[in-house]
Structures are given as structure tokens and as C-alpha cells.
Design a protein around this ligand. Structure first.
Ligand SMILES: Cc1ncc(COP(=O)(O)O)c(C=O)c1O
Length: 423
């Protein structure tokens, strides 16, 4: 595919679509429609991904087996429910660059974060601090604050926040490195969003892992906005744990189960304290119903409950599509789509907005956050016209051209409508 320099004009968008080897994947998704029946310009895949058309068949298979078999479906469904979550293991491992033993799909993101912190946040009087980015997603802030309090530490003393420099929106890589160098000896846990939800900044996860672990910190990531967006190599980078949800770029459906990565070096750390439930217990002995807990090896040993099969079914539909498209090819298209959007926005030379997200393609994924000082009206007006982005207070309009189902024409039309809506 053509790389920049881009050209303005609708014909050029059509040319990019014609040359796009992934364009046909759009047909595999339901694109929401406006009241008058036209396809909307859906740019909210960073919030809730679209429904794969195949999701219905995956779901219906399980509904059918439930109707036909009742409880016998645990063993005799076409895809037995007892081991259903494993149908996702290989694809999930491939997507995040992990070994199969390192990943599991379970619970929801914040639950997994707490489960991981129960095991991996082990504060001592000399090393009790948690490092997060200022402006981390609120649920992460609440979770780390509650973990600090739970262990008897005051967030005002034990929470360190990475901040952007005065007048800047994103945190500089060198500032992350120097903070870890300076304070690393007192930091128990580094927990950063892979891609910050508000600014769209992609952190250098390999380097942060190296720097943190050199100082003896546990290093972990919330990958809600990174998974399915950025190629990840969690095993190689060596992060201790990571969590993510699957309803954004992964298109699992609203509230779909989350993912969890625990590095292989912890796979047999039987003495790690953990919150336990029967689904994490040695599966060979699970139905002996004995009183003693023996965790399964790897990430599966942190499972609590038997999983909701219907949610996993719709996620499988999307993961199949990811496997076909390939994360590297998706990233290649994503770079182009986002750069094209940036190009068109800058072409307008408007002073009514500015881009918050890093301009370096290596430091961002599919999302652009656009600062609009006049407030959320523009977002609401555009939604009423079928242009679906979202707003994060105080002034960020977030849009994500998603390479699986957005076209270059979507991006072109969005910029024209956005610009008109602001005039
Ligand atoms: C970065 C981030 N962390 C945590 C969450 C919370 O996810 P959940 O409600 O699945 O726990 C979200 C939800 O959007 C998120 O974007």
C-alpha cells in the first residue's frame, strides 16, 4: 500500500480503499446505521468494537446445545463448555506475544487487575510504592488506591504519578526512565496503560519493563487500549503480568470477558499468595471436590469461576477474524489510516482544535484524541449525524479508525463533517 505523502480529495481516499488488501474485512462486521438507514461513520472501536456477523452463529451453537443437552453440554456440547475457554488460548497468546500457559480469558478487567495485585503487589516498608500515569483510567486508579489502603499505605505517600511536562499532553519517554532510575528502589509495582485511554499515547513497554525490572520493580500493564491495536510481545519483553478487556479492539461484545497474562517465570510459583476459586484448581482433581486448593500451572491458576460461555462464543468469532487478518498487517493499515486522518485534520489548518495524541506513529495506535476547547457539543452534533466518536472531559474528542472495519473513505468523510460541525 501507498505510504505518505498523502493527497487531499475524495478520489484519493477511494484509491487508498481500492489498494487496501484488508478492505474486505469490513463486510464481516455489522456497521451501525443512522435513522435514515445509512451506514454510520463508526470511530468508537476504542470503546466498543463492532459485532462480527459470524458472532450470531457462534452464539447460536451454544444456545442450541444448551437447549438440546442441558447440563450434559459441559461434556457433550459440540465444543464442550468444560474446556471452552481453551478454544481462545492459542489465538490470545499469539495476539499478545505470549506462550499459551501465560494467558487466560476470564472475569473482567478490573477484577483481573485486583487478582493480579493480590499476588504481585507485595509491599515492604522499603518498597511499597505503586507507579501509574496521571490520568490513568479511573478504575485503575481506584484499584491501586484500594490495594494501597488494603495493605495499610496512604495513596498520598505511596502512589507516584507520571505527569506530562507543563504545557504538554503526553508523558516523555525520558521522564519515565529518569523517574524509575530515581525512585525505582522504593517502587513495588509499575502499572501503566499500554496505550493511555485519554491521550492515545503508546508507551515503550519493552523499555519500561527493562528499566523497572533492573530496579527490582514488578512491571505490569493495562492493555485495554493496546490489545488488538498494537502488536505485543509480552513474553519477550518480560512483563510480570498484564490485563485487558475484549470489548474494544477485540470486538468481543459489551461486557465480554477480559484477558490476563502472567509471565511464565511465575507459572509454577505455588507459594505466591492469591485469591482462589474452584476453576483455578488442578482440573484433574476439580470434581473430587476436596477441601485443599492446588492451583493449575500458569495464568489458568488464577481463574475463579466457570466462565460465561455465551460471551466467550462471540469473542471466538472475532478472534477468528484477527487470526485471518494478522496483527502485523492490521498494524500496517492502522498506521496509514491514522496518519491519513492526521494529515487531513492538519490540512484544514484550523485553530479550533489540536491533536493531543503523539504525532510519532511509533507512539500511538489507532486512536486520535483531538482537543476541542469549545466543549462536547461537536461530539454530540456529530453523533446525531451518524459520526460516532466519543468525548472525555474536559476537552478530548476521541476517534479511532479501526483497520478491521474502517475505510479510508470513513476517515475522509469524518474530517469533512468534523470540520463543518466546528464552523
Ligand atoms: C484502560 C481501562 N482500564 C480499565 C477499564 C475497566 O474495564 P472493566 O469495566 O472491564 O473492568 C477500562 C474500561 O473501559 C479501560 O479503558
Amino acid at each position: 500500500m501507498k505510504i505518505a505523502p498523502f493527497q487531499p480529495g475524495q478520489e484519493y481516499a477511494a484509491q487508498l480503499d481500492a489498494e487496501d488488501p484488508l478492505a474486505h474485512f469490513r463486510e464481516r462486521f455489522h456497521i451501525p446505521t443512522t435513522k435514515t438507514g445509512e451506514e454510520s461513520i463508526y470511530l468508537s472501536g476504542h470503546s466498543l468494537g463492532l459485532q462480527p456477523k459470524s458472532a450470531r452463529a457462534y452464539l447460536e451453537q451454544e444456545l442450541k446445545d444448551w437447549a438440546k443437552l442441558g447440563v450434559e453440554g459441559h461434556l457433550h456440547a459440540k465444543n464442550p463448555w468444560l474446556t471452552y475457554h481453551r478454544l481462545l488460548t492459542e489465538q490470545t497468546a499469539a495476539l499478545v506475544g505470549a506462550e499459551p500457559v501465560e494467558v487466560v480469558v476470564m472475569n473482567s478487567l478490573t477484577v483481573n487487575l485486583h487478582l493480579m495485585m493480590a499476588s504481585f503487589y507485595r509491599p515492604t516498608p522499603h518498597r511499597h510504592k505503586i507507579l501509574i500515569e496521571r490520568g490513568a483510567f479511573p478504575s485503575d486508579q481506584y484499584a491501586v488506591n484500594s490495594q494501597l489502603l488494603f495493605h495499610g499505605y496512604e495513596p498520598s505517600r505511596s502512589l507516584i504519578e507520571l505527569v506530562a511536562r507543563e504545557g504538554e499532553s503526553c508523558i516523555r519517554d525520558e521522564d519515565i526512565g529518569s523517574l524509575i532510575d530515581r525512585d525505582g528502589d522504593s517502587i513495588a509495582l509499575i502499572l501503566l496503560g499500554g496505550v493511555n485511554y485519554a491521550t492515545g499515547q503508546l508507551f515503550d513497554l519493552a523499555e519500561i519493563t527493562r528499566a523497572g525490572q533492573r530496579k527490582g520493580c514488578t512491571v505490569a500493564f493495562d492493555l485495554a487500549h493496546a490489545v488488538g491495536n498494537i502488536p505485543l510481545r509480552l513474553h519477550e519483553w518480560g512483563a510480570d503480568f498484564a490485563v485487558w478487556c475484549s470489548y474494544k479492539y477485540l470486538n468481543g461484545g459489551p461486557g465480554c470477558n477480559a484477558g490476563c497474562f502472567v509471565h511464565e517465570r511465575h507459572a509454577r510459583a505455588w507459594d505466591l499468595p492469591r485469591y482462589t476459586g474452584w476453576w483455578g484448581h488442578d482440573e484433574k482433581a476439580r470434581f473430587e471436590m476436596g477441601p485443599e486448593f492446588h492451583p493449575m500451572e500458569g495464568a489458568e491458576g488464577w481463574q475463579l469461576s466457570n466462565p460465561p460461555i455465551f460471551a466467550l462464543a462471540t469473542l471466538r468469532a472475532s478472534m477468528e477474524i484477527f487470526s485471518e487478518a494478522g496483527m502485523e498487517r492490521l498494524r500496517e493499515k492502522s498506521r496509514l489510516l491514522t496518519a491519513y486522518m492526521e494529515f487531513l485534520l492538519r490540512e484544514k489548518k484550523s485553530e479550533k482544535y489540536s491533536i493531543i495524541t503523539p504525532l510519532d506513529p511509533e507512539r500511538r495506535g489507532a486512536q486520535l484524541s483531538i482537543r476541542v476547547p469549545t466543549g462536547r457539543g461537536v461530539c454530540d452534533r456529530l453523533i446525531s449525524q451518524g459520526v460516532i466518536g466519543d468525548w472525555r472531559e474536559p476537552d478530548a474528542y476521541r476517534v479511532a479508525p479501526v483497520p478491521l472495519y474502517n475505510s479510508f473513505h470513513d476517515v475522509y468523510s469524518f474530517v469533512q463533517r468534523f470540520s463543518l460541525a466546528l464552523s
